[in-house]
Design a protein around this ligand. Structure first.
Ligand code: GLU
Length: 428
């Protein structure tokens, strides 16, 4: 029988349905939460450098805003689909709820490959995206942020377009802005550092020392780079990193037994985190196949790239030595692979808890933008640590009390909070 194509939204709904049953959610709440509140699909014409116009497809999905304005990133990805964006919007709702910040969940995207777009074309695409969506986003409605292949420059173009249309200054309209232009110190680091804060708590719980911890990481984007940064700072070691190679159109893994060096890898990577194979080899890295990151004899695996990476096809290749998986990416593990991981007794910290550092810092950025007063980096990061640690503790307590996996426990907390907000507003 042909294998069904992976559908992240079906996966997000299946995860939700499982926990809705555990919680015995009433029918109306279940129906409301298993679908987005609103979704938008649109076309964005962009004048290319050679003068012709190319039309890009755009999506935006607001899953839920019962707890506050919807919040989530905008992705630029060639394989973007409405179902990817739906799933990611839903996961944002659970993410903001599990860390208990007063925001909902949304996600946006455009089908494009920024590798092949000039800066000018990217700017026009960002402005075009806002021209389609400006009526339905804003500081009190829905606040976008960076995500896969978008960064602070894209956010600033989007803000500028929004402010030009609206006629005013609205720094709380978007987060992940450049520092000095309404951005928060620490926002760049926040998702990766947040992953390490929860990993640190998890190691403590399992009686493992960060000093002896050896990890393998998938991806070399902003999440992964700051995971490597902080994990190394607290004494751990990352021996393998994988990334996408745009020239070869496939992924490779980069291995160094003594531990990869962030600085040297950064110096030979492009702005999308693509590491130069030849230069890496010269620096003593072994170049392995893309999936080799998953097969390493390490204690910790950190998928920090995109969805659908640990599947039934490769879950069996995870080494016996692996004790912990922390999901830096959104939706990296399919439900069947998740089950296999659980059965093997590997401790998994789920995506919407593990990678909530980014949106938590976005929330701090909004607070700072609204006050028009910006905090020192240490203050931002220590507040982030407090939020992430207490969210982790809450989920871990729930998992132990109700004998649930960390994923199901995180869902129980998040869904209960959102369901309660819907109930309190008399929506259901
Ligand atoms: N794109 C990030 C995420 O998936 C951050 C979202 C935000 O800051 O709003 O969590």
């Amino acid at each position: 029988m042909a294998k069904e194509p992976f559908n992240p939204f079906a996966m997000a709904q299946a995860q939700f349905d499982k926990v809705a049953a555990i919680l015995d959610l009433d029918q109306a709440t279940g129906e409301l939460l298993r679908w987005p509140l609103r979704e938008y699909q649109f076309s964005i014409p962009v004048r290319m450098e050679d003068g012709h116009v190319r039309v890009f497809r755009g999506f935006h999905v607001q899953h839920n805003d019962a707890r506050g304005p919807a919040k989530g990133g905008i992705r630029f990805h060639p394989q973007e689909t409405v179902d990817t964006v739906r799933a990611l919007a839903m996961w944002m709702t659970w993410k903001t709820a599990v860390v208990d910040i007063p925001l909902g969940g949304s996600k946006g995207g455009a089908v494009c490959d920024p590798h092949n777009l000039t800066q000018g074309e990217q700017e026009r695409l960002c402005r075009g995206w806002i021209r389609r969506m400006w009526r339905d986003i804003g500081p009190e409605v829905d606040v976008p942020a960076p995500d896969v292949m978008t960064n602070s420059q894209h956010m600033l173009w989007m803000l500028d377009e929004y402010e030009t249309i609206r006629g005013g200054r609205f720094p709380g309209m978007i987060t992940g802005k450049p520092v000095g232009m309404g951005g928060s110190l620490g926002r760049m680091e926040s998702t990766g550092y947040g992953v390490v804060y929860v990993l640190r708590e998890c190691l403590r719980e399992l009686g493992m020392r960060p000093n002896d911890a050896v990890a393998s990481v998938q991806g070399f984007g902003s999440v992964s780079q700051y995971v490597i940064d902080l994990l190394t700072q607290i004494g751990g070691k990352v021996t393998c990193v994988s990334c996408w190679d745009q020239n070869d159109q496939m992924a490779h893994s980069f291995f160094k037994k003594t531990g990869v060096q962030l600085k040297e890898l950064r110096s030979i990577a492009d702005r999308f985190g693509g590491i130069d194979k030849g230069k890496a080899r010269d620096l003593g890295y072994e170049i392995l196949p893309g999936e080799a990151w998953l097969e390493q004899e390490v204690d910790i695996l950190i998928p920090a790239a995109i969805e659908n990476q640990i599947t039934t096809d490769n879950v069996g290749k995870i080494a016996k030595s692996v004790k912990v998986i922390v999901e830096g990416a959104n939706g990296p593990t399919t439900p069947d692979a998740d089950k296999a991981i659980n059965e093997r007794g590997i401790f998994l910290v789920p995506d919407f808890l593990a990678n909530a550092g980014g949106v938590t810092c976005s929330y701090f950025e909004q607070v700072q933008s609204n006050q028009n007063y910006y905090w020192e980096k240490d203050e931002v990061l220590s507040k982030l640590d407090v939020k992430m640690t207490s969210a982790y503790m809450g989920v871990s307590d729930m998992a132990q009390k109700r004998k649930l996996s960390m994923r199901d426990a995180a869902y129980v907390i998040a869904i209960s909070r959102v369901a309660l907000a819907c109930k309190n507003r008399s929506w259901v």
